[in-house]
Design a binder for this molecule. Sequence first.
Ligand code: SF4
Ligand code: SF4
Length: 119
Amino acid sequence: MPPLVDPTRCDGCPQEAEPPCVLVCPGDLMVLDAERKQAYCREEADCWDCMTCVKACPRQALRTRLSYQLADVSADLMPEVTGDHITWTLVDCRGRVERFTVRTLNTEPEGHSNSPPRE
Ligand code: SF4
Ligand code: SF4
């Protein structure tokens, strides 16, 4: 299910050469409607819910729709990126709110890895 664009928040990122949501979509699906100055997903069936665009939007104008995954009615999952953390706000189908904060950057010293060595 593609991200929902909140028209009251999306301003088309006029200060950017290319809006972050357009820049980061791995499927090249987010585009800017030049007339309305708002972003949209040009091929909804091709979106695989990676949420990269949702995390990249500086105005929190994109919402992830989780109706299929979490409930039979709408639920929301909103990220807020601050420094090296991201806080996810989940509003479930009953309106209950939960927040989860996780670190987003690998701050391990260069050359150090938790990954198992390759064969
Ligand atoms: S990054 Fe956010 S505010 Fe900017 S164009 Fe995309 S959806 Fe709109
Ligand atoms: S959720 Fe992922 S695939 Fe879908 S429009 Fe956003 S960046 Fe592209």
